[in-house]
Write a protein that binds this ligand. Structure first.
Ligand SMILES: Cc1cc2nc3c(=O)[nH]c(=O)nc-3n(C[C@H](O)[C@H](O)[C@H](O)COP(=O)(O)OP(=O)(O)OC[C@H]3O[C@@H](n4cnc5c(N)ncnc54)[C@H](O)[C@@H]3O)c2cc1C
Length: 388
């Protein structure tokens, strides 16, 4: 098989890149390790920035998002039982949207199927070849046979555990990492959200987040130890751990119910530099991970795709490699700002250190955030999405 761009991974970054390239006449094939059903079963991001909304529109798959997504003009932060609101609208004139990653993935998969662009699901032993040469190739096994795709470029959109980043010689790549000693235990339930806006909770028992996917579906998280086993968390135990972290009003309004999904996610900050290696580009979680506190992972994946699809368009249509040559620097400049914000939110809202000095610093950071319009504006600008 021959294509212009071979894309590894059918997560949001791979599917979005594929859709944008296809729309502009650039041939591409997506190779995905799992089945489509498995990809759609993963419950992850819920908050999207304007950049992501704009790209989904550009890709022609934004209709359902505009119909079902919930616009949020602010966010609430509860510190030891007292809630504070930060208005994105007043401070930046912008807003974010709550629309689940699962729905975005479904919209992108449907869009791809509608235009007949090829995706190979359940592709095993995916391997990348000749990324620094002139004839890059991707090989894989599917249906019990070996296959090969010849291409001009490879886009590594295969997430943190994917093969693309690992295909780069160690001397060519630098990894920066911080692993936090905590995780998020998440529960999805068919219950109305406790509030119209997200509530981030800083509490001496540990962090919590009251989030949602719709007016009838809620997503809650509590901070947990990395040693936790999901089997030892029946729903009742989750609700009992969540309640004391909330303020009184939220506790009274909380509607509990059976979980429809429950999982534990570790918290990690990670950046691989650079993001281009010859004819291989990394995008999304393949290149960087943020702890989910700042709701930035999916949005960063979208902003990488924004730089990458335009660079590839310039290459094919304008015969210019300027975008390709600058892809890594442009993407990383944005990545590091999102890393900073996600790290700051994580360190400020979680129970990470028992040292009273660290606790006092956390409280001082939050007090400043609530009292200073300048600090609140910086927070809001970061949350709704930094400009390009
Ligand atoms: C609990 C949680 C909450 C989050 N909340 C938010 C939020 O509110 N906002 C936000 O912006 N982000 C959030 N994120 C982050 C967001 O989910 C990720 O950043 C996003 O999924 C990245 O998309 P991606 O396409 O780059 O990678 P992925 O979604 O990981 O997709 C990669 C794809 O590549 C495939 N793959 C892997 N290896 C191979 C291989 N060898 N060969 C072929 N295919 C392969 C995988 O199966 C997968 O389908 C959250 C994450 C978690 C865990």
């Amino acid at each position: 098989m021959r294509t212009q761009v071979a894309i590894i991974g059918a997560g949001p970054s791979g599917l979005l890149l594929g859709q944008l390239l296809h729309k502009h006449g650039i041939d591409n094939v997506i190779v995905e390790r799992h089945t489509g059903e498995h990809v759609l079963s993963r419950i992850r991001a819920g908050v999207i920035e304007q950049v992501t909304m704009d790209l989904l529109d550009e890709a022609g798959v934004g209709a359902r998002m505009h119909q079902d997504g919930l616009i949020h003009e602010g966010v609430q932060i509860c510190v030891d039982g007292v809630r504070h609101r930060i208005s994105f609208k007043d401070l930046t004139g912008k807003a974010v949207m709550v629309y689940g990653q699962t729905e975005i993935t479904k919209d992108l998969m449907d869009g791809r199927a509608a235009v007949g662009a090829p995706t190979i699901y359940a592709a095993y032993d995916v391997a990348l070849h000749d990324i620094f040469g002139t004839h890059p190739r991707v090989t894989y096994r599917a249906d019990g046979k070996n296959h090969e795709i010849e291409c001009d470029f490879i886009a590594g959109c295969d997430g943190f555990h994917g093969i693309s980043r690992k295909s780069v010689p160690p001397r060519a790549i630098t990894a920066h990492e911080r692993v936090y000693p905590i995780g998020w235990l998440g529960l999805l339930s068919e219950t109305p959200p406790v509030s119209e806006e997200l509530i981030y909770v800083r509490h001496e028992l540990g962090f919590a987040l009251c989030s949602m996917r719709s007016h009838t579906r809620s997503r809650y998280y509590i901070q947990c130890s990395l040693a936790e086993d999901i089997e030892s968390w029946p729903d009742e135990r989750f609700w009992e751990e969540l309640k004391p972290r909330l303020d009184e009003e939220a506790r009274e309004r909380l509607v509990t119910g059976p979980s429809i999904e429950k999982s534990i996610a570790p918290l990690r900050s990670f950046v691989a530099e650079p993001m281009r290696f010859g004819r291989l580009f990394l995008a999304g979680d393949a290149a960087h991970i943020v702890p989910p506190t700042g709701a930035k992972g999916l949005n960063l994946a979208a902003s990488d795709v924004q730089y990458l699809w335009r660079a590839l368009l310039e290459h094919y249509k304008d015969k210019s490699d300027a975008g390709i040559d600058h892809y890594s620097d442009r993407a990383l400049a944005r990545v590091w700002k999102a890393e900073r914000f996600s790290w700051w939110m994580t360190m400020t809202l979680h129970k990470i250190s028992e040292n009273p000095f660290d606790v006092k610093i956390q409280l001082a950071e939050l007090d400043y955030l609530f009292r200073s319009k300048a600090a609140a504006t910086v927070f809001a600008e970061n949350y709704v999405g930094l400009p390009y």
